[in-house]
Design a protein around this ligand. Structure first.
Ligand code: HSE
Length: 328
């Protein structure tokens, strides 16, 4: 009997997009088996199209590469993976997909935060699923963890949510110049297309906003979050902190008791949970009414690391789609 194909459209073939594409190709049989165990159905997940900015630069993709997102979405797509980043056209494309009955997986913290819950509502209204684990803290399954803590209130979240600035601060503390550290972060694929999003704290702000939504059911507005980037910190201040056994980190903090939200550089004492979270790692401390204190740490940026969260969401989306279709 012919297996049902699950058609996947991939928007973006940059650092994360390439990793997602490769991991899906290399692990096809593992995914088929995982889906079969979870749903009882054997399906064939296939990437049917990849949106790229320049066909010549992605010639290895052959005929499935396209520069036309509208034509891509007009194919019989079951699941869209959105990895182009930025607010527009990503928001419009996700809106179109969700409204057309396509499940969406995204890593786009900016578009998700900026839509302030509208994308989630469109997904609910159209009975499709919308997943974005990769939008916050890369490989760390933090959104799943926050969602599962429904037994009581989360009172506070404090974390390092931006891998590139953590990498830069770690390098500068070790004597590397700011320019060189920035270049290294860029070479490793940690920075956003517009690096000011990282160094000015926007990226961490979007992520803290998404965590707040999952913890409280409400997105804070941009004006509700105090935001200070790392550009005001001098190498001398970073060095002085080191001499005093402290480390500067860009700390994202949400206190749900007082309603105070901030992104700002803090010189952490050596006994702080986040003190040893160095390089491109992210770390998150969370306090919960019943669970107590929890601590998460892992890769916050990078192709394969972020792709791990995207692919986890993809397999969930496929399973949910199969189970939903069984009852339609
Ligand atoms: N630019 C982001 C960071 C990538 O440095 O954390 C991962 O979201």
């Amino acid at each position: 009997m012919k297996q049902r194909t699950i058609s996947i459209a991939l928007l973006g073939h940059g650092t994360v997009g390439r990793s997602v594409y490769r991991i899906i190709q290399e692990n096809h049989d593992r995914f088929v088996e995982n889906i079969r165990q979870r749903t009882g159905q054997t399906v064939d997940p296939q990437i049917i199209g990849v949106l790229v900015s320049d066909l010549k630069k992605h010639s290895e993709l052959g005929a499935i590469a396209t520069t036309d997102p509208t034509r891509l979405l007009e194919q019989d797509v079951d699941i869209l993976i959105e990895l182009i980043g930025g607010q527009s056209p990503a928001t419009e494309l996700m809106t179109k997909a969700l409204s057309s009955g396509i499940d969406v997986v995204s890593a786009n913290k900016q578009a998700i935060f900026s839509s302030q819950g509208k994308l989630e509502k469109i997904a609910r209204d159209h009975h499709v699923s919308f997943h974005y684990e990769a939008a916050v803290a890369g490989a760390i399954p933090i959104l799943r963890s926050v969602k599962s803590l429904v037994s009581g209130r989360i009172t506070k979240i404090e974390g390092i949510l931006n891998g590139s600035t953590n990498y830069i601060l770690t390098q500068v503390a070790q004597g590397v110049s700011l320019d060189k550290a920035l270049q290294q972060a860029s070479d490793r694929g940690f920075l956003e297309a517009d690096p000011s999003s990282d160094v000015d704290g926007f990226d961490a702000m979007y992520k803290l906003g998404i965590l707040t939504y999952l913890a409280t059911g409400r997105y804070p507005g941009e004006d509700d979050i105090e935001r200070v980037g790392i550009t005001g910190l001098s190498p001398d201040e970073i060095e002085q902190a080191g001499l005093a056994d402290k480390k500067y980190k860009l700390i994202a903090s949400a206190d749900f008791e007082t309603g105070r939200y901030s992104i700002k550089p803090v010189a952490l004492e050596s006994d702080h949970d986040l003190y040893r979270v160095d390089g491109a790692l992210n770390g998150i401390s969370l306090w919960h009414e019943h669970a107590g204190g929890l601590f998460f740490q892992g890769a916050g940026a990078g192709g394969d690391e972020t792709a791990s969260a995207v692919v986890g969401d993809l397999i969930d989306a496929i399973c949910l789609r199969i189970l939903r279709c069984q009852h339609d």
